[in-house]
Write a protein that binds this ligand. Sequence first.
Ligand code: FAD
Ligand code: AMP
Length: 482
Amino acid sequence: MSEKFDVVVIGSGPAGYVAAIKAAQLGLSTACVEKWVNTKGQMTFGGTCLNVGCIPSKALLDSSYKYVEARDHLAVHGISVNAPVMDVPAMIARKDKIVGQLTDGIAGLFKHNGVTSIFGTGRVLAGGNVEVTDSEGNTQVLEAGNVIIAAGSVPVEIPPAPLDGNHIVDSTGALAFDHVPQKLGVIGAGVIGLELGSVWSGLGAEVVLLEALDEFLPMVDAQISKEVGKILKKQGLDIRLGTRVTKAEVKDGKVTVSYSTIDSEESIEFDKLIVAVGRRPLTESLLADDSGVTLDERGFIYVNDFCETEAPHVYAIGDVVRGPMLAHKGSEEGVMVAERIAGNPAQMNYDCIPSVIYTHPEVASVGKTEQELKADGIDYNTGVFPFVACGRAVAANATEGMVKLIAEAQTDRILGCHIVGSNAADLVQQVVIAMEFGSSAEDLALTVFGHPTLSEAVHEAALAVQGHAIHIANRKPRNKRK
Ligand code: FAD
Ligand code: AMP
C-alpha cells in the first residue's frame, strides 16, 4: 500500500523545506523527499543553500574578512598586533560545523511541524504521484494530492575546463580548499566568482577573474557596478573582462588556462582554478515521460506566475524555475504555493526581490536599475548619497560606496535602490519594505532615522531625490530619461 499525503515536496533546499514547513503549518499532511548525501556520507537537508551555497560561502567570507581586518584595519584604531596567521583547516572546520548545525536544524523543524522526511530520489509520475528510489535501489510510490518540485540547480560545467576535483573545481570545491592557493584563477566574474575570489584573495591568494563579457556585472546599476569594479580592483582582484577561456590543462600540479580576448590568444598559469560560470536547473531523472510537466526553452520547469506547472496539482519553485536563482525567492514561492494549496489567496511580488553580492563591501539592490528604466522609457529621479558623508560610516572607517535611490518622476514612487557599502545587504532591506508598501521617496525622507547609523545614508539618498539632502551639496533635481 502506498503512503498518501496532501503534499509531497521534492527537494529540501530553501524553496522545498520552507514549502514543506508552511504546508504542514497549514494543516496539510506533508512529506519532503531529499536525496542529498554530505561528505560524511550522511543524508542531509538544506540543499545547495545550507550545504554548499549561501551559508558556507558567507561563513568563509566572514572568516576571510576577520583576517583582513586583523592584518590591515587595526593599526588605524591604534591597535598593534602580530601579523595574523591563517589556519585554513580550522576555518573550514568552523564552516562545516555551521553547516551541520543548520542542516540538523531543518531536520528538527520538520519533526516539530510534523513533516515526514523521506530520503531518496523523487520522480514525478503521471497523475501527480511521486516515485521514490532509496540508496539501495528500492522504490516506493507516494500518493500525492499535490506535488511541489523544488529540485534546485547545479553548477554549469564547460568543456574547456573539465573539473578534476583538485586543481579545477566548481563552487563546492572552492569552499573546501585545505590551503590558500598562491595563484588562483576564477572563470566567471559573476556573483559566485566574486564572492569565492574574495574569500581567497582576502587570505592572500593572487586572484585573477577571467570574464567573457565586456561589461562588469551587467545586471547591477551601471553607476554602482563601476564603483564596485574600482573598489575590488583596489583590493587586488584582477578582473579581466572580454576574456573567454578556451582551454584549461592540469600539468605538474599547475593549471594552464588559455583564453582569447578581442585581439589576442594568451595563457596563464594558476595553482587552482574555480569554474564559476553559472548554475543550471536540475531536472535529470526528475520527470516521468508522461508526468505532464514541461520545460521551457532554457531547460527550467515551465510555470505560470503562481508556480503551477502544466500538470494539474503539480507546482515547481526555486532555482528549478524561471527568475533569479536566489534562496529567498524560492522560499517565498514555497510559502505562496503552500498557501494556495490550502485554499488561501497568495501571490508573489517578483518586482521586489532583493539581491546581494557579499563582497566587502557588500553590493545590494532591489527594483529597477537606471539602465532598465532608460530602456523602458520611464522618467525618474535619482538620489545618491556617498558613505563618506555619513557620520557613522566615517566613525567605522567604512566610507567606501554609496546609496542610490530611484523614484518615478511623476509619482515619486520608489522604483529601485542600489547600494555598495558596508552592510548594504541589511540597508537595502529597509527600501524593500518601503517598496512593498508602495512608498514614495518622500515617505522615506519624512521617516525618522536613528543617529548615528549607516541607515542615515538611505534617508539622505531619499532626501536627495528632490535635491533636499542635508549632509551633501545637492545637485539640482532633474527628471531623467534616456
Ligand atoms: P537547492 O538549494 O539547490 O535544493 C534542491 C534540493 O533538491 C537539493 O537538496 C537536492 O538534493 C534536492 N533534489 C534534487 N532533485 C531531487 C530528486 N529528484 N529527489 C530528491 N531530492 C532532489 N542565494 C542567495 O539568495 N544568497 C546567497 O548569498 C547565495 N549564495 C550562494 C553561494 C554559492 C556558492 C552558491 C552555489 C549559491 C548561492 N546562492 C545564494 C544561491 C542559492 O543557494 C540557491 O538559489 C538556492 O539554494 C536555491 O534553492 P532551491 O531550494 O531551489 O534549490
Ligand atoms: P553568473 O551567471 O552570475 O554566475 O556568472 C557567470 C559568468 O561566467 C558570466 O558572466 C559568464 O559570462 C561567464 N562565463 C561563462 N563562460 C565563460 C568562459 N568560457 N570564459 C570566461 N567567462 C565565462
